[in-house]
Design a protein. Sequence first.
Length: 347
Amino acid sequence: MDRDELRQALGDRPDARMRASQLALHLYKRAEDDLSRLTDLPKSLRDELLERFRVQPLEIATHRTSSDAVDKLLVHGGDGEVFECVLLPYEDRISCCISSQVGCPMGCKFCATGLGGFDRNLEPGEIVGQYLLLQRLSPKRISHVVFMGMGEPLLNLRHVVKSLKLLQKEIGLSYRHITVSTVGLVPQIYELAKEKLPIQLALSLHSAIDEVRDSLMPVNHKWPVEEVMKAMRDYGAATGRKITLEYLLIKGITDTPAQARELARVAYGAPLVVNLIPFNWVDTEQGFARPENERVRAFRGILEAKGINVTQRIERGHDIAAACGQLAGQHRGRFARRQLSALRSAL
Ligand code: SAH
Ligand code: SF4
């Protein structure tokens, strides 16, 4: 609920506006999760709120901390369907990575979440709830949010947009510090552009060659490279923001010199940055592997020689399976089940 909805929920009491502002301050700015501690509200109101509302819809199933100070939570909303969120402290900022769906229906072949199937969309309270849970763990304010946990945010566009507005208006984050990563759903990219929120949009491109992208990401059959790149360029033009292309380096498949040249060709000329992500090991049927550092350097070199802005993802939390879908996959035993069924069909 935003402040207006809080006010409406308080009914026609004369002090509804003031109480809604107090509530918003406690719940969002201070990440308070216990209504009985809000002693600047009258006791009768606290009791009424305690009876009618739930402040934190999420429960923690697992909490792991990595050797490099990454906290990963596996949470659920009471229905037993678990999803992940991660706290990422850097020297100059605190960031967090949150989920938009339980599982994901997009079926990308390299992704632990995609291989596990899809359960449901998350509610705005469950999306913002991840931020607030992580904020309670963090000694410093979380200033950056990336929608790179489980799920495809643009398949849950209404709830994601509502969450973006809550993060900005009530929690006080800058839209510029929020990144939404998408597999590339063209109509939804235009829908999101209409909202005119100056957030950072990142496209998971992963290959600029249609046949290869087709084989990795089923979405490419519907919206191939050229169409999705046009939508991204239009998005950048409509919002005035530089777009990001996420590029997954899978050894021998997406990290070849021919792939680099094609990527440089499609990226050329637009205000964008290419973010290279060496493949994080997931047990795939194709046996995908991570390229060695010198292959990554060579790939990067080809792009930079063509004048493309390149960054490389700083990876953290390897020892706690912090990458997309890995921890939830372990928890639900989906991979065990998948491997078992693969084994059965092979016999
Ligand atoms: N569904 C959205 C956002 C969640 S995935 C999307 O696909 O963009 C966040 C990022 O993690 C995406 O760029 C995705 O391609 C990447 N990713 C998925 N599996 C990965 C793996 N095994 N190694 C490295 N990155 C991976
Ligand atoms: Fe879904 Fe993103 Fe994983 Fe693809 S990479 S299956 S879109 S979460």
